[in-house]
Design a protein around this ligand. Sequence first.
Ligand SMILES: NC(=O)c1ccc[n+]([C@@H]2O[C@H](COP(=O)([O-])OP(=O)(O)OC[C@H]3O[C@@H](n4cnc5c(N)ncnc54)[C@H](OP(=O)(O)O)[C@@H]3O)[C@@H](O)[C@H]2O)c1
Length: 415
Amino acid sequence: MAKKLKIGLFGFGCVGQGLYYVLNNSTGFKADIVKIAVKDKTKERSVSKELITFDKWEILNNPEIDVIVELIDDAEEAFNIVSEALKRGKHVVTANKKLLANHLEELYKLQQENNVSLLYEASAGGSIPIIRTLEEYFDNEELEKVSGIFNGTTNYILTKTINEKLSYATALKQAQEKGFAETDPTSDVEGFDPKYKAVIIALHAFGLIIKPEQILNLGITTLHDNDIKYASEKGYKIKLTPVIQRLENDKVGILVAPRFVKETDQLFNVDNEFNGVIVEGKFSGEQFLQGKGAGSYPTGAAVLSDISALSHGYKYEYKKHVQKHASDFTNDVFINVYFRYNSIIDLDKIEFDEITEKYTGTDYNYIVGKVNLQTLITNRDYILKNNLFISLVNDKIELNTKTKISIKEKQLINN
Ligand SMILES: NC(=O)c1ccc[n+]([C@@H]2O[C@H](COP(=O)([O-])OP(=O)(O)OC[C@H]3O[C@@H](n4cnc5c(N)ncnc54)[C@H](OP(=O)(O)O)[C@@H]3O)[C@@H](O)[C@H]2O)c1
Protein backbone atom coordinates (compact mmCIF):
# COMPACT_ATOMS: atom_id res chain seq x y z
CA MET A 1 0.00 0.00 0.00
CA ALA A 2 1.20 3.53 -0.78
CA LYS A 3 2.68 5.40 2.17
CA LYS A 4 1.55 8.99 2.91
CA LEU A 5 4.77 10.93 2.66
CA LYS A 6 5.92 13.95 4.66
CA ILE A 7 7.72 16.39 2.38
CA GLY A 8 10.32 19.05 3.06
CA LEU A 9 10.33 21.36 0.03
CA PHE A 10 13.29 23.50 -1.02
CA GLY A 11 12.37 26.36 -3.37
CA PHE A 12 9.02 28.01 -3.99
CA GLY A 13 9.55 29.56 -7.41
CA CYS A 14 8.13 28.50 -10.77
CA VAL A 15 8.38 24.73 -10.19
CA GLY A 16 7.93 24.76 -6.39
CA GLN A 17 4.63 26.62 -6.72
CA GLY A 18 3.64 24.41 -9.65
CA LEU A 19 4.19 21.34 -7.48
CA TYR A 20 2.22 22.90 -4.61
CA TYR A 21 -0.70 23.49 -6.99
CA VAL A 22 -0.71 20.07 -8.67
CA LEU A 23 -0.28 18.29 -5.33
CA ASN A 24 -3.23 20.16 -3.82
CA ASN A 25 -5.35 19.58 -6.92
CA SER A 26 -4.46 15.95 -7.46
CA THR A 27 -7.37 13.59 -6.95
CA GLY A 28 -5.38 10.39 -6.75
CA PHE A 29 -2.34 11.11 -4.63
CA LYS A 30 -1.92 12.82 -1.27
CA ALA A 31 1.22 13.91 0.58
CA ASP A 32 1.89 16.57 3.22
CA ILE A 33 4.28 19.46 2.63
CA VAL A 34 5.57 19.98 6.16
CA LYS A 35 7.97 22.90 5.51
CA ILE A 36 9.16 25.04 2.58
CA ALA A 37 12.67 26.52 2.60
CA VAL A 38 13.25 29.69 0.57
CA LYS A 39 15.94 32.36 0.45
CA ASP A 40 14.53 35.87 0.17
CA LYS A 41 13.10 37.13 3.49
CA THR A 42 11.41 40.15 1.87
CA LYS A 43 9.25 38.26 -0.67
CA GLU A 44 5.48 37.97 -0.23
CA ARG A 45 4.40 34.29 -0.12
CA SER A 46 1.10 32.76 -1.16
CA VAL A 47 1.23 30.22 1.70
CA SER A 48 1.01 30.59 5.49
CA LYS A 49 4.10 31.95 7.30
CA GLU A 50 4.26 28.81 9.49
CA LEU A 51 5.09 26.71 6.41
CA ILE A 52 8.11 28.87 5.45
CA THR A 53 11.66 28.59 6.76
CA PHE A 54 14.96 30.21 5.79
CA ASP A 55 17.00 27.59 7.61
CA LYS A 56 17.77 24.42 5.62
CA TRP A 57 18.61 22.47 8.81
CA GLU A 58 15.07 22.90 10.06
CA ILE A 59 14.08 20.55 7.24
CA LEU A 60 17.15 18.34 7.03
CA ASN A 61 17.17 17.66 10.80
CA ASN A 62 13.43 17.03 11.05
CA PRO A 63 12.99 13.25 11.62
CA GLU A 64 9.31 13.48 10.65
CA ILE A 65 10.26 14.46 7.05
CA ASP A 66 11.03 11.42 4.90
CA VAL A 67 11.23 13.06 1.47
CA ILE A 68 13.16 16.14 0.37
CA VAL A 69 11.97 17.85 -2.80
CA GLU A 70 14.76 20.09 -4.09
CA LEU A 71 13.58 22.84 -6.48
CA ILE A 72 16.01 25.70 -6.02
CA ASP A 73 17.91 27.53 -8.76
CA ASP A 74 21.41 27.23 -7.27
CA ALA A 75 23.10 24.00 -8.37
CA GLU A 76 25.95 24.04 -5.82
CA GLU A 77 23.72 24.72 -2.81
CA ALA A 78 21.33 22.11 -4.24
CA PHE A 79 24.18 19.58 -4.16
CA ASN A 80 24.82 20.39 -0.47
CA ILE A 81 21.14 19.95 0.35
CA VAL A 82 20.66 16.77 -1.70
CA SER A 83 23.83 15.04 -0.46
CA GLU A 84 23.04 15.93 3.19
CA ALA A 85 19.52 14.57 2.76
CA LEU A 86 20.70 11.29 1.19
CA LYS A 87 23.31 10.83 3.97
CA ARG A 88 20.50 11.25 6.52
CA GLY A 89 18.50 8.45 4.89
CA LYS A 90 15.93 10.73 3.31
CA HIS A 91 14.67 10.10 -0.23
CA VAL A 92 15.06 13.00 -2.65
CA VAL A 93 13.25 14.29 -5.71
CA THR A 94 14.93 17.01 -7.77
CA ALA A 95 14.42 18.82 -11.10
CA ASN A 96 17.94 20.23 -11.17
CA LYS A 97 19.79 18.98 -14.29
CA LYS A 98 22.94 21.01 -13.62
CA LEU A 99 23.29 19.54 -10.13
CA LEU A 100 22.77 16.02 -11.49
CA ALA A 101 25.05 16.29 -14.52
CA ASN A 102 27.91 17.79 -12.48
CA HIS A 103 27.67 15.25 -9.64
CA LEU A 104 26.24 12.04 -11.15
CA GLU A 105 29.01 9.80 -9.83
CA GLU A 106 28.77 11.05 -6.20
CA LEU A 107 24.97 11.02 -6.25
CA TYR A 108 24.90 7.47 -7.64
CA LYS A 109 27.24 6.32 -4.85
CA LEU A 110 25.32 8.15 -2.12
CA GLN A 111 22.14 6.33 -3.12
CA GLN A 112 23.85 2.93 -2.93
CA GLU A 113 25.69 3.65 0.34
CA ASN A 114 22.64 5.00 2.16
CA ASN A 115 20.04 2.74 0.54
CA VAL A 116 17.87 5.69 -0.45
CA SER A 117 16.18 6.77 -3.66
CA LEU A 118 16.93 9.87 -5.75
CA LEU A 119 14.40 10.53 -8.51
CA TYR A 120 14.62 13.27 -11.15
CA GLU A 121 12.11 12.81 -13.97
CA ALA A 122 11.54 16.59 -14.28
CA SER A 123 15.24 17.26 -14.89
CA ALA A 124 15.16 16.13 -18.53
CA GLY A 125 12.30 16.84 -20.91
CA GLY A 126 10.01 18.47 -18.33
CA SER A 127 6.76 16.55 -18.35
CA ILE A 128 7.96 13.95 -20.89
CA PRO A 129 8.51 10.73 -18.90
CA ILE A 130 11.79 9.88 -20.60
CA ILE A 131 13.87 8.71 -17.63
CA ARG A 132 11.36 6.21 -16.34
CA THR A 133 10.69 5.05 -19.92
CA LEU A 134 14.40 4.30 -20.33
CA GLU A 135 14.65 2.74 -16.86
CA GLU A 136 11.52 0.62 -16.94
CA TYR A 137 10.58 -0.04 -20.55
CA PHE A 138 13.97 -0.14 -22.26
CA ASP A 139 15.78 -1.54 -19.23
CA ASN A 140 17.00 -4.62 -21.09
CA GLU A 141 16.92 -3.61 -24.74
CA GLU A 142 20.12 -2.37 -26.29
CA LEU A 143 19.55 1.16 -27.56
CA GLU A 144 21.06 2.63 -30.73
CA LYS A 145 20.33 6.30 -30.23
CA VAL A 146 18.52 8.91 -28.19
CA SER A 147 18.10 12.35 -29.72
CA GLY A 148 15.60 15.16 -29.68
CA ILE A 149 14.81 18.67 -28.58
CA PHE A 150 15.58 19.00 -24.87
CA ASN A 151 15.33 22.76 -24.47
CA GLY A 152 12.12 24.76 -24.79
CA THR A 153 13.73 28.22 -24.75
CA THR A 154 15.90 27.67 -27.80
CA ASN A 155 13.14 25.79 -29.60
CA TYR A 156 10.87 28.78 -29.07
CA ILE A 157 13.53 31.18 -30.43
CA LEU A 158 14.31 28.94 -33.42
CA THR A 159 10.61 28.49 -34.21
CA LYS A 160 10.10 32.26 -34.27
CA THR A 161 13.19 32.90 -36.42
CA ILE A 162 12.25 30.25 -38.99
CA ASN A 163 8.43 30.34 -39.04
CA GLU A 164 7.90 34.06 -38.46
CA LYS A 165 11.23 35.34 -39.75
CA LEU A 166 11.93 37.24 -36.54
CA SER A 167 15.57 38.15 -35.88
CA TYR A 168 17.41 36.16 -33.23
CA ALA A 169 17.46 39.17 -30.86
CA THR A 170 13.69 39.84 -31.22
CA ALA A 171 12.84 36.16 -30.74
CA LEU A 172 15.01 35.98 -27.59
CA LYS A 173 13.35 39.12 -26.19
CA GLN A 174 9.92 37.60 -26.87
CA ALA A 175 10.94 34.35 -25.14
CA GLN A 176 12.06 36.36 -22.09
CA GLU A 177 8.81 38.36 -22.03
CA LYS A 178 6.78 35.14 -22.14
CA GLY A 179 8.82 33.66 -19.29
CA PHE A 180 10.38 30.86 -21.40
CA ALA A 181 13.87 32.34 -21.24
CA GLU A 182 15.63 33.56 -18.12
CA THR A 183 17.12 37.08 -17.84
CA ASP A 184 20.50 35.41 -18.32
CA PRO A 185 19.73 32.87 -21.07
CA THR A 186 23.37 31.67 -21.49
CA SER A 187 22.78 28.11 -20.28
CA ASP A 188 19.99 27.62 -22.82
CA VAL A 189 21.25 29.49 -25.89
CA GLU A 190 24.83 28.18 -25.59
CA GLY A 191 23.55 24.61 -25.29
CA PHE A 192 24.66 23.89 -21.70
CA ASP A 193 21.14 23.08 -20.46
CA PRO A 194 20.48 20.40 -23.14
CA LYS A 195 23.99 19.05 -22.51
CA TYR A 196 23.22 18.49 -18.81
CA LYS A 197 20.09 16.62 -19.89
CA ALA A 198 22.11 14.56 -22.40
CA VAL A 199 24.48 13.54 -19.59
CA ILE A 200 21.53 12.31 -17.49
CA ILE A 201 19.97 10.46 -20.44
CA ALA A 202 23.31 8.85 -21.38
CA LEU A 203 23.36 7.19 -17.95
CA HIS A 204 19.85 5.76 -18.23
CA ALA A 205 20.06 4.86 -21.95
CA PHE A 206 23.63 3.55 -22.13
CA GLY A 207 24.82 3.23 -18.51
CA LEU A 208 27.62 5.78 -18.87
CA ILE A 209 28.60 8.41 -16.33
CA ILE A 210 30.13 11.23 -18.36
CA LYS A 211 31.30 14.65 -17.19
CA PRO A 212 29.59 17.57 -19.00
CA GLU A 213 33.04 19.04 -19.84
CA GLN A 214 33.73 16.00 -22.04
CA ILE A 215 30.84 16.81 -24.37
CA LEU A 216 30.78 19.48 -27.09
CA ASN A 217 27.93 21.95 -26.88
CA LEU A 218 27.41 24.45 -29.67
CA GLY A 219 24.43 26.71 -29.20
CA ILE A 220 22.49 29.14 -31.34
CA THR A 221 24.14 32.45 -30.34
CA THR A 222 25.96 32.81 -33.68
CA LEU A 223 22.92 32.01 -35.83
CA HIS A 224 22.72 34.54 -38.68
CA ASP A 225 19.94 35.46 -41.13
CA ASN A 226 21.99 33.81 -43.90
CA ASP A 227 21.88 30.47 -42.04
CA ILE A 228 18.13 30.81 -41.69
CA LYS A 229 17.89 31.65 -45.42
CA TYR A 230 19.98 28.60 -46.34
CA ALA A 231 17.82 26.30 -44.18
CA SER A 232 14.53 27.79 -45.40
CA GLU A 233 15.51 27.48 -49.08
CA LYS A 234 16.15 23.78 -48.56
CA GLY A 235 12.88 23.33 -46.64
CA TYR A 236 14.64 22.63 -43.32
CA LYS A 237 13.94 23.89 -39.84
CA ILE A 238 16.78 24.43 -37.38
CA LYS A 239 16.54 22.67 -34.00
CA LEU A 240 19.06 22.48 -31.17
CA THR A 241 19.47 18.75 -30.68
CA PRO A 242 21.59 16.54 -28.50
CA VAL A 243 22.53 13.27 -30.21
CA ILE A 244 23.56 10.31 -28.05
CA GLN A 245 24.52 7.37 -30.26
CA ARG A 246 26.01 3.91 -29.91
CA LEU A 247 28.87 3.34 -32.39
CA GLU A 248 30.14 0.21 -34.12
CA ASN A 249 32.85 -0.26 -31.48
CA ASP A 250 30.25 -0.21 -28.68
CA LYS A 251 31.37 3.20 -27.51
CA VAL A 252 28.95 6.11 -27.35
CA GLY A 253 29.30 9.43 -29.17
CA ILE A 254 27.52 12.52 -27.85
CA LEU A 255 27.22 16.13 -28.88
CA VAL A 256 24.82 19.04 -28.63
CA ALA A 257 24.53 21.27 -31.70
CA PRO A 258 22.00 22.97 -33.95
CA ARG A 259 20.70 20.64 -36.66
CA PHE A 260 18.86 21.04 -39.96
CA VAL A 261 15.69 19.00 -39.65
CA LYS A 262 13.77 17.77 -42.70
CA GLU A 263 9.98 17.71 -43.04
CA THR A 264 10.01 13.90 -42.75
CA ASP A 265 11.71 14.04 -39.33
CA GLN A 266 9.57 13.57 -36.20
CA LEU A 267 11.13 16.71 -34.72
CA PHE A 268 10.08 18.95 -37.65
CA ASN A 269 6.73 19.82 -36.08
CA VAL A 270 7.95 20.05 -32.48
CA ASP A 271 7.72 23.83 -32.28
CA ASN A 272 7.73 26.67 -29.75
CA GLU A 273 8.40 25.66 -26.14
CA PHE A 274 7.68 21.96 -26.79
CA ASN A 275 10.27 19.23 -26.41
CA GLY A 276 10.53 15.91 -28.26
CA VAL A 277 12.60 12.81 -27.64
CA ILE A 278 13.34 10.01 -30.11
CA VAL A 279 14.52 6.68 -28.71
CA GLU A 280 15.84 4.09 -31.16
CA GLY A 281 15.99 0.53 -29.88
CA LYS A 282 17.83 -2.37 -31.49
CA PHE A 283 14.63 -4.41 -31.75
CA SER A 284 11.79 -1.97 -31.12
CA GLY A 285 12.87 0.65 -33.66
CA GLU A 286 11.99 4.31 -33.31
CA GLN A 287 9.78 5.70 -30.52
CA PHE A 288 8.81 9.36 -30.31
CA LEU A 289 7.67 11.25 -27.21
CA GLN A 290 6.55 14.87 -27.24
CA GLY A 291 5.46 17.21 -24.46
CA LYS A 292 6.01 20.41 -22.56
CA GLY A 293 9.68 20.68 -21.69
CA ALA A 294 9.20 23.32 -19.03
CA GLY A 295 6.64 25.43 -17.18
CA SER A 296 5.21 25.53 -13.69
CA TYR A 297 2.45 22.88 -13.90
CA PRO A 298 4.03 20.44 -16.41
CA THR A 299 7.27 20.37 -14.40
CA GLY A 300 5.34 20.25 -11.12
CA ALA A 301 3.40 17.26 -12.51
CA ALA A 302 6.66 15.41 -13.28
CA VAL A 303 7.89 16.09 -9.73
CA LEU A 304 4.57 14.86 -8.32
CA SER A 305 4.87 11.66 -10.35
CA ASP A 306 8.28 11.02 -8.73
CA ILE A 307 6.90 11.67 -5.23
CA SER A 308 4.06 9.26 -5.95
CA ALA A 309 6.57 6.65 -7.21
CA LEU A 310 8.53 7.09 -3.95
CA SER A 311 5.42 6.31 -1.94
CA HIS A 312 5.51 2.89 -3.62
CA GLY A 313 9.19 2.42 -2.75
CA TYR A 314 10.44 3.11 -6.29
CA LYS A 315 14.16 3.44 -7.03
CA TYR A 316 16.16 3.66 -10.26
CA GLU A 317 18.01 0.38 -10.74
CA TYR A 318 20.55 1.83 -13.20
CA LYS A 319 20.52 -1.55 -14.97
CA LYS A 320 22.38 -0.30 -18.03
CA HIS A 321 25.17 0.97 -15.77
CA VAL A 322 25.30 -2.21 -13.72
CA GLN A 323 25.25 -4.40 -16.85
CA LYS A 324 27.80 -2.16 -18.63
CA HIS A 325 25.69 -1.78 -21.79
CA ALA A 326 28.17 0.47 -23.56
CA SER A 327 31.91 0.19 -23.17
CA ASP A 328 32.90 3.85 -23.11
CA PHE A 329 32.39 7.37 -24.41
CA THR A 330 34.38 8.78 -27.34
CA ASN A 331 34.83 12.05 -29.22
CA ASP A 332 36.90 10.35 -31.94
CA VAL A 333 34.05 10.51 -34.44
CA PHE A 334 32.98 12.30 -37.61
CA ILE A 335 29.86 14.37 -38.10
CA ASN A 336 28.33 16.00 -41.18
CA VAL A 337 27.93 19.73 -40.80
CA TYR A 338 27.12 23.01 -42.51
CA PHE A 339 29.82 25.54 -41.62
CA ARG A 340 29.28 29.26 -42.27
CA TYR A 341 32.64 31.00 -42.22
CA ASN A 342 34.18 34.42 -42.81
CA SER A 343 37.55 33.85 -44.42
CA ILE A 344 40.05 31.28 -45.61
CA ILE A 345 41.73 31.44 -42.17
CA ASP A 346 38.62 29.84 -40.68
CA LEU A 347 38.96 26.91 -43.11
CA ASP A 348 42.56 26.39 -42.01
CA LYS A 349 41.32 26.04 -38.44
CA ILE A 350 38.31 23.83 -39.14
CA GLU A 351 39.72 21.19 -41.46
CA PHE A 352 37.17 19.09 -43.31
CA ASP A 353 37.69 15.43 -44.11
CA GLU A 354 35.20 15.51 -47.00
CA ILE A 355 33.38 18.39 -48.71
CA THR A 356 30.00 17.81 -50.37
CA GLU A 357 28.86 21.40 -50.99
CA LYS A 358 30.65 24.73 -51.11
CA TYR A 359 29.57 28.33 -51.62
CA THR A 360 31.67 31.48 -51.66
CA GLY A 361 29.76 34.73 -52.09
CA THR A 362 29.95 38.41 -51.36
CA ASP A 363 27.40 38.06 -48.55
CA TYR A 364 28.58 34.84 -46.91
CA ASN A 365 30.48 31.55 -47.38
CA TYR A 366 29.68 28.04 -46.38
CA ILE A 367 30.88 24.49 -46.64
CA VAL A 368 28.96 21.29 -46.09
CA GLY A 369 30.97 18.22 -45.29
CA LYS A 370 32.44 15.78 -42.84
CA VAL A 371 34.53 16.99 -39.91
CA ASN A 372 36.10 15.31 -36.90
CA LEU A 373 34.26 16.21 -33.70
CA GLN A 374 37.59 16.73 -31.93
CA THR A 375 38.39 19.58 -34.39
CA LEU A 376 35.23 21.38 -33.31
CA ILE A 377 35.97 20.78 -29.62
CA THR A 378 39.47 22.24 -30.01
CA ASN A 379 38.12 25.28 -31.88
CA ARG A 380 34.87 25.87 -29.98
CA ASP A 381 36.00 29.22 -28.57
CA TYR A 382 37.32 30.31 -31.98
CA ILE A 383 33.97 29.47 -33.63
CA LEU A 384 32.00 31.46 -31.07
CA LYS A 385 34.42 34.40 -30.91
CA ASN A 386 34.40 34.83 -34.70
CA ASN A 387 30.62 34.45 -35.02
CA LEU A 388 30.89 31.34 -37.18
CA PHE A 389 27.93 28.96 -37.31
CA ILE A 390 27.86 25.18 -37.31
CA SER A 391 24.77 23.06 -37.87
CA LEU A 392 24.55 19.31 -38.18
CA VAL A 393 23.01 18.24 -41.49
CA ASN A 394 21.82 14.91 -40.11
CA ASP A 395 21.66 13.07 -36.78
CA LYS A 396 24.42 10.57 -37.53
CA ILE A 397 27.65 10.24 -35.60
CA GLU A 398 30.22 8.17 -37.53
CA LEU A 399 33.11 6.29 -36.03
CA ASN A 400 36.54 7.50 -37.16
CA THR A 401 37.51 5.32 -40.18
CA LYS A 402 40.93 4.60 -38.69
CA THR A 403 39.20 3.09 -35.65
CA LYS A 404 36.90 1.22 -38.05
CA ILE A 405 39.89 -0.33 -39.81
CA SER A 406 41.40 -1.40 -36.53
CA ILE A 407 38.12 -3.12 -35.59
CA LYS A 408 38.15 -4.98 -38.95
CA GLU A 409 41.79 -5.91 -38.43
CA LYS A 410 40.97 -7.16 -34.96
CA GLN A 411 38.12 -9.28 -36.35
CA LEU A 412 40.46 -10.74 -39.01
CA ILE A 413 43.04 -11.60 -36.36
CA ASN A 414 40.34 -13.18 -34.16
CA ASN A 415 39.10 -15.28 -37.09
N1 LIG B 1 11.15 26.49 -14.66
C1 LIG B 1 11.02 25.37 -15.32
O1 LIG B 1 10.16 25.23 -16.19
C2 LIG B 1 11.91 24.18 -15.03
C3 LIG B 1 11.76 23.01 -15.77
C4 LIG B 1 12.54 21.89 -15.46
C5 LIG B 1 13.45 21.99 -14.43
N2 LIG B 1 13.60 23.16 -13.74
C6 LIG B 1 14.58 23.20 -12.64
O2 LIG B 1 13.87 23.35 -11.42
C7 LIG B 1 14.64 24.09 -10.50
C8 LIG B 1 13.84 25.29 -10.01
O3 LIG B 1 13.58 26.14 -11.10
P1 LIG B 1 12.53 27.35 -11.00
O4 LIG B 1 12.27 27.77 -12.40
O5 LIG B 1 11.38 26.97 -10.15
O6 LIG B 1 13.40 28.47 -10.28
P2 LIG B 1 12.90 29.86 -9.67
O7 LIG B 1 11.54 30.19 -10.17
O8 LIG B 1 13.98 30.84 -9.90
O9 LIG B 1 12.77 29.59 -8.10
C9 LIG B 1 13.89 29.26 -7.33
C10 LIG B 1 13.47 29.09 -5.89
O10 LIG B 1 14.61 28.64 -5.17
C11 LIG B 1 14.71 29.38 -3.96
N3 LIG B 1 16.10 29.36 -3.50
C12 LIG B 1 17.22 29.78 -4.14
N4 LIG B 1 18.33 29.53 -3.40
C13 LIG B 1 17.87 28.96 -2.25
C14 LIG B 1 18.50 28.48 -1.08
N5 LIG B 1 19.83 28.54 -0.95
N6 LIG B 1 17.74 27.93 -0.11
C15 LIG B 1 16.40 27.85 -0.23
N7 LIG B 1 15.72 28.30 -1.32
C16 LIG B 1 16.45 28.84 -2.31
C17 LIG B 1 14.20 30.75 -4.32
O11 LIG B 1 13.86 31.40 -3.12
P3 LIG B 1 13.12 32.82 -3.07
O12 LIG B 1 11.70 32.53 -3.42
O13 LIG B 1 13.28 33.26 -1.66
O14 LIG B 1 13.82 33.69 -4.07
C18 LIG B 1 13.01 30.39 -5.21
O15 LIG B 1 11.87 30.13 -4.43
C19 LIG B 1 15.95 24.45 -11.24
O16 LIG B 1 16.91 23.51 -10.95
C20 LIG B 1 15.54 24.36 -12.70
O17 LIG B 1 16.64 24.05 -13.53
C21 LIG B 1 12.86 24.25 -14.01
